[in-house]
Design a protein around this ligand. Structure first.
Ligand code: ZN
Length: 406
């Protein structure tokens, strides 16, 4: 297992972020195979070693609640011993592994305490094989927060993103923007004949421009014109493009004129089987009705079951955690510049958020039934503010997924 001195020279170690690539990596015609994994060390320092049949690109990051270390690798098949991962040692409680998405393998290491990734290396192990060595050390929870990169400045971020780009080549994170409604389905209607479908398309295009300018993401839109797109086509689009983040944009309206002058502001929704409250439940019902409005058959019966199935699956639970992470980041950034609703974070069974592997949120930008909100939603300066906030949240979210190597 030990690499020779000469092998050691061929190690590539990325100092800034924990995104590793192996120098001798062969083109990925066949999948690398993980054949063994060993844990060693104690409660102050623990190392996790995995044998791979060939070089791969590796991305590592840490997560809290509960404390975990995530190792993402494309195209890895696992042929580990049956009991692998069930018990740990030192800082590692246990680990699990499997496909996170098509061609995306993931190892999730549960730790007993907050940990930092002290070192991560890919070492030649002979006959084309490599050894991934990850060394974890115990840190306090405050240092853990800093280590996720969540508090890093924009300058720090762009530096790391450019490193990431050179390492990962074309595989920039894919952000799918989903402007709601379109074509035959206008969505909510404003007092002065402003359509939701037009507002959200304009905001989506602005947001795309902002994200593309940073050159850190590949941005796709479920629609770029005034055309109806069924909800499952939006889901398919996200899946086909291997989206790393899905942002659905909407604007609300309330029918009851008595409250229209008071109810306003932006709300961020995530998926849940059970709605966070009655307003959220009604909102999901309204948005899920888009297909029916456009004349498509609704398939309500299977809906609840679908959501429940999604929520119990382990891998999908990781997706739900990421969605919550993004929702937190987004509400934090929006709060700085635009008005939020009285309860800006809610959840319900939105069909368009039923994504098994892509973290997703639905943003209600404001209320078209409120004259001030309607003015904002149609103003160029407000649109600039709101897209700036969303773009910042996207940056913060992907920052958290890269970790500084210290
Ligand atoms: Zn809508």
């Amino acid at each position: 297992m030990a690499g020779s001195k000469k092998d050691f020279n061929s190690v590539i170690r990325v100092a800034m972020i924990l995104c590793l690539a192996f120098a001798g990596a062969t083109p990925l015609s066949a999948s690398a195979v993980a054949t063994d994994a060993v844990i060693s060390g104690d409660k102050s320092r623990t190392s996790f070693t995995m044998m791979l049949s060939q070089g791969v690109t590796v991305e590592l990051f840490t997560l809290a609640n509960p404390y975990r270390v995530i190792i993402d690798m494309p195209d890895v098949a696992f042929q580990l011993p049956k009991a692998a991962g069930r018990t740990g040692k030192g800082l590692i409680k246990a680990y699990r592994y499997g496909l996170f998405a098509a061609r995306k393998a993931r190892v999730v290491i549960d730790t007993v305490l907050p940990v930092g990734i002290e070192k991560a290396e890919l070492l030649a192990a002979g006959k084309g094989a490599v050894r991934l060595e990850v060394s974890l050390k115990s840190i306090d929870s405050v240092a853990f927060g800093a280590g996720t990169g969540a508090n890093k400045s924009a300058e720090g971020r762009s530096k790391r993103v450019s490193k990431l780009k050179t390492k990962r080549g074309a595989s920039r994170p894919v952000v799918v923007i989903d402007p709601g409604h379109g074509g035959v389905d206008p969505g909510a209607l404003g007092k002065s004949n402003v359509y939701e479908k037009d507002v959200v398309l304009a905001v989506a295009k602005l947001l795309r421009g902002k994200l593309e300018k940073s050159k850190a993401y590949t941005v796709k839109m479920t629609r770029t014109g005034d055309v109806f797109v069924p909800l499952d086509k939006r889901l398919e689009f996200s899946e086909e493009n291997n989206a790393d983040l899905f942002i659905s944009l909407h604007a609300d309206s309330i029918a009851d004129r008595r409250y229209a002058s008071r109810v306003r502001g932006a709300t961020v929704y995530t998926l849940s089987a059970k709605a966070s409250d009655e307003t959220a439940r009604q909102m999901a019902e309204k948005e899920n009705n888009a297909d029916a409005i456009a004349g498509l058959r609704r398939m309500d019966d299977e809906d609840d079951g679908d959501v429940r199935d999604i929520l119990i699956d382990l891998v999908k639970r990781e997706t739900a955690n990421f969605s919550a992470d993004f929702s937190n980041a987004l509400v934090g950034r929006l709060r700085e510049r635009v008005r939020l609703s009285s309860k800006p974070q809610r959840s319900a069974a939105f069909k368009v958020l039923k994504q098994t592997r892509t973290p997703s949120v639905l943003v209600e930008l404001g209320y078209l039934s409120n004259s001030e909100d309607e003015k904002s939603l149609t103003s160029a300066s407000w649109r600039t503010k709101v897209t700036k906030s969303i773009a910042k949240a996207v940056d913060a979210y992907f920052d958290r997924r890269t970790v500084l190597a210290r």
